[in-house]
Design a protein around this ligand. Structure first.
Ligand SMILES: [Zn+2]
Length: 396
């Protein structure tokens, strides 16, 4: 093949030139375009329809040349036609091969495309599924966000409510604190009052003397006034009761002492003879006599009463016209005792308890007496004292 390649190329070039001229009409310039198509040129038809009529037209002068040319053309055409067929076959084969390759490649590519498409579809499906999931998640998220917003709102409202309640609690706490302060102040006032009341009670107690009627009556007066002040100034009835009870206890103590204090005048009358030493002149001689008691004279012979509460310790009923005659002795407690002499009669017995002012007998003139009177003696801790201190008698 290589040996003929040059020649082949040359002839191919010549053929190409020929076919080019034929196609472009440079050889005859009279080719019918319709007779050339799809590579199926018909020389016979061409000669019959074009060339021969032309020859006839130009005359026989050029017939020989024409014949020659035609013959040469036929020969060339035959050779060219043969080569064209070969060429066509070869091209067809190449084309077929190429087709096959392309078809195979197309098949392969198609197969790959199918795989890719399948993969793509799978991915697409997955993406759709994921999209669905995302969409569902979005919906859920939206729902959750909405719910969350509602809850947020609820929380805000609840926080506000809690805040309001906290404010209310703070206000209440403030009120309670204020009330506590008032209570504390009142408690302080009560404590002070307590202390004051105790001081009053103590001062009343401290100043009381069972031997001094004045302090005892003053104490009772103070106690009564204190009770009035307490009742009028303290609003708490319990406190009033408590303080009054405290003072009443003190008053009871004072009254107990006063009850035993011999200051009740035993009988109405006037002083006929005082307690103590009396000097007199008898037959030119000054004589001092000691009178042990206080004589109260009353010619109407009234009842004689006990000067204080106490126990009858002695009833002397023997009357021989000497001394005190019929008399009664009473022990009052607190160191006090009293005696009542010259009685006409007695209405109590030894060991008997008598109240202050209770009758014990009747005034008389038993014993060494010149008239109706009662001889009163007062003792403190066994020692005689002037009875005038305890009574308010006037002189005759
Ligand atoms: Zn006397």
């Amino acid at each position: 093949m290589r040996l003929f390649s040059k020649e082949k190329k040359k002839s191919e070039t010549q053929n190409e030139g020929f076919w080019k001229s034929v196609y472009e009409g440079e050889v005859s310039g009279k080719f019918v375009k319709s007779s050339v198509g799809g590579g199926k040129f018909n020389p016979g038809e061409h000669i019959k329809n074009v060339i021969i009529p032309r020859i006839k037209e130009r005359g026989t002068a050029i017939r020989a040349a024409v014949v020659f040319l035609v013959s040469a053309g036929i020969i060339l055409y035959a050779a060219a036609g043969h080569r064209a067929v070969d060429k066509e076959k070869e091209l067809t084969k190449i084309l077929n091969d190429r087709n096959s390759d392309i078809t195979r490649q197309l098949d392969e590519t198609s197969s790959e495309l199918d795989s890719v498409s399948e993969e793509f579809n799978r991915t697409l499906t997955e993406m759709e599924e994921k999209n669905n999931i995302i969409a569902e998640t979005d919906t859920r998220m939206s729902d959750l966000i909405e719910a969350n917003e509602e809850q947020q709102q609820t929380i805000i409202e609840q926080q506000q409510t809690i805040g309001d309640q906290q404010n209310y609690i703070d206000e209440q706490q403030e009120i309670i604190d204020n009330q506590q302060q008032i209570i504390d102040e009142q408690q302080n006032a009560i404590d002070l009052t307590d202390e004051a009341i105790r001081e009053i009670a103590d001062s009343i107690g401290a100043n009381i003397s069972s031997r001094n009627a004045g302090t005892m009556y003053n104490a009772l007066e103070k106690i009564q006034k204190s009770k009035e002040i307490i009742t009028n100034t303290i609003s708490d009835p319990e406190k009033v009761k408590q303080y009054c009870e405290l003072l009443d206890e003190k008053a009871a103590e004072v009254n107990e002492d006063l009850k035993r204090y011999p200051d009740y005048e035993p009988a109405p009358g006037k002083i006929s003879y005082t307690y103590g030493n009396h000097t007199s002149v008898k037959n030119g001689v000054t004589v001092t006599t000691y009178h042990r008691g206080l004589d109260i004279h009353n010619p109407s012979s009234p009842p004689v009463k006990s000067a204080a509460y106490g126990k009858v310790t002695e009833v002397h009923l023997h009357n021989d016209g000497t001394g005190l005659g019929i008399y009664v002795r009473i022990n009052h407690g607190n160191g006090y005792s009293t005696l009542y002499g010259h009685l006409a009669s007695v209405c109590v017995k030894e060991g008997q308890t008598v109240e202050k002012g209770q009758q014990i007998g009747i005034m008389g003139k038993t014993g060494a007496a010149t008239g109706i009177h009662v001889h009163i003696e007062v003792y403190i801790d066994g020692q005689r004292v002037d009875p005038i201190t305890y009574f308010d008698y006037e002189f005759m």
